[in-house]
Design a protein around this ligand. Structure first.
Ligand code: ADP
Length: 233
């Protein structure tokens, strides 16, 4: 069994306006596993995800100490090293939010968007990548005859799978998921859980979840965040 560490978090202390939210947090997140982060609201779970893809950096008054290294291209790389480009990092580390956030454009346009942003112009390539990503997200069969419809016309569960497809189109190595099923009904939730269990074959998944049953069902490793400290649960 593969027990390679994918994300190495060391001594991370993170503060908003001088007030620490994460205190000396360290963990090794395993590759091709689902790692769940649990804990009460307001403990810094979303903040921890934002630290892994540098999404917090534009927040005024926020500061970070410690290091995050990710195993990319055969070696650990410090994601905060000078010269390390956050845009490149975010192509490899996708983020899925609690509420699906499709862009105001077609289903196909939503999934193609990150490719277009990167400057991909080859229409055939875009079409095949979109198809592949929608397939990986268990959505292709449901939308293949309506790719031109507005992404926002889909059901909540379909919208969340659309957002997952939009992340997958860039072939990410890591997916960060911030309570990805909390806005969904039980059937949609079950489908996303099945999807995540499949995706760990190709990705490392780090998921914040409030649902103990969900964590018991799908997570391989679980950490609890409380009072700024992260510990195995
Ligand atoms: P959780 O995901 O566990 O609910 P968060 O990471 O969202 O926790 O928030 C942790 C703490 O940091 C909370 O007290 C929250 O109010 C605070 N916080 C989150 N985002 C910001 C921000 N942009 N500016 C200031 N404080 C923030």
């Amino acid at each position: 069994m593969n027990n390679q560490t994918k994300i190495r978090i060391r001594g991370v202390t993170f503060s908003y306006n001088g007030k620490p939210v994460l205190k000396e947090v360290s963990a090794d997140i395993s590759e091709n596993k689902i790692t769940a982060i649990i804990g009460p609201s307001g403990q810094g779970k979303s903040t921890l995800l934002s630290v892994i893809n540098r999404l917090w950096e534009n927040v005024p008054g926020a500061s970070l100490q410690g290091s995050i290294e990710i195993f990319f291209d055969g070696r650990f790389k410090d994601i905060y090293a000078a010269g390390s480009d956050p845009a490149v990092l975010r192509r490899k580390v996708g983020l899925i939010f609690q509420s699906p956030n499709p862009l105001p454009m077609s289903i196909e346009g939503n999934v193609a968007f990150p490719l277009r942003l990167m400057g991909v112009r080859n229409r055939e390539l875009i079409r095949s990548k979109v198809r592949e990503a929608l397939g990986q997200a268990f959505l292709w069969d449901e939308v293949k005859d309506r790719l031109g419809d507005d992404g926002r016309s889909l059901s909540g569960g379909q919208q969340q799978r659309l957002c997952i497809a939009r992340a997958l189109v860039l072939d990410p190595e890591i997916l960060l998921l911030d309570e990805p099923t909390s806005s969904l009904d039980p059937t949609a939730c079950e489908m996303i859980e099945e999807l995540l269990s499949c995706l760990k074959n190709s990705c490392t998944l780090v998921m914040v979840s409030h649902y103990q049953e969900q964590v018991a069902r799908i997570s391989d490793e679980t950490y609890q965040l409380a009072d700024g400290h992260l510990s195995p649960a």
